[in-house]
Design a protein around this ligand. Structure first.
Ligand SMILES: *[C@@H]1O[C@H](CO)[C@@H](O)[C@H](O)[C@H]1NC(C)=O
Ligand SMILES: *[C@@H]1O[C@H](CO)[C@@H](O)[C@H](O)[C@H]1NC(C)=O
Ligand SMILES: *[C@@H]1O[C@H](CO)[C@@H](O)[C@H](O)[C@H]1NC(C)=O
Length: 236
């Protein structure tokens, strides 16, 4: 046994001497890095949603359904399903499909309207209020306030930023803040960038804190279903 094992080791080390091994690794890494850098420069061509349209939609939802969160959400879905043909983009129109979301110490519920590799659109919030770390994301994040207020700050600021219904809180890729949805807040959140890389942050609290496996299962199932439907339509 022992002799055949060492024979195998000798064979392997002869076949792949350290130099070849490291050169191969360096080449693979370089190819991966180059490919990803290139994909990063062209990712814009896969975006379907337009921040200007979404801001107008937020304002029209507020105008048509004042003081009625469910009415705002249904206004948003009606508009989106009328704006984007189902052959181009998959939109989840089931407004009953809510899941808890725990991330960065904050807790709320979300309804996933759209999820693909480069974009997501959700309704997120809580009627109770919550507070936490925004996360550090490889995506630009547009937080459209529908109800309540969101407060935020970054180290160095001594005063808080304050976002009210009709406001958009834009957090550029790589920016992190402490935020608080004071006394309850609902928002339409649009993210564009590399969505799969945002997911570890969105799910980590399940493993370190909540252990809410049914929520984890539902979140992954809905996200995978929506991303899959979009991929089948050729929406990256
Ligand atoms: C959707 O909302 C936008 C922005 O408010 C508006 O310009 C557009 O006409 C709406 N589309 C439909 C089909 O309601
Ligand atoms: C919305 O609710 C607030 C507080 O309950 C009230 O002051 C305001 O008049 C309401 N606005 C409308 C348009 O119903
Ligand atoms: C909508 O989602 C709810 C909650 O997950 C589910 O019970 C219901 O069957 C769904 N409706 C449709 C039409 O898929």
């Amino acid at each position: 046994m022992a002799s055949s094992k060492s024979g195998f080791t000798t064979l392997v080390s002869k076949k792949y001497d350290p130099l070849t091994k490291w050169v191969t690794r360096a080449i693979v890494l370089l190819i991966a890095f180059t490919t990803f850098s290139w994909l990063d420069t062209i990712k814009d061509r896969w975006y379907v949603f337009d921040p200007v349209h979404l801001h107008e939609l937020q304002l029209s939802a507020l105008a048509t359904s004042p003081n009625n969160t469910a009415g705002m959400i249904s206004h948003i879905i009606t508009n989106l399903t009328a704006t984007y043909p189902s052959t181009r983009l998959s939109i989840n129109s089931n407004t009953s499909e809510w899941v808890f979301n725990n991330a960065g110490g904050a807790m709320g519920a979300m309804y996933i309207i759209h999820a693909s590799i480069t974009e997501y659109l959700i309704i997120f919030g809580t009627p109770l209020g919550t507070e936490g770390h925004s996360g550090l994301h490889p995506a630009d994040d547009y937080f459209h306030i529908l109800v309540g207020e969101q407060w935020a700050f970054q180290p160095g600021a001594l005063e808080m930023e304050r976002y009210r219904p009709g406001d958009v809180h834009l957090m550029r890729r790589g920016v992190a803040k402490q935020y608080k949805m004071h006394e309850g807040c609902w928002a339409m959140e649009y993210a564009r960038g590399w969505i799969p890389f945002m997911m570890p942050f969105g799910l980590a609290d399940t493993f370190t804190s909540t252990l809410d496996i049914p929520t984890l299962y539902r979140t992954i199932r809905i996200t995978a279903r929506e991303m899959g439907k979009n991929l089948l339509l050729g929406k990256i």
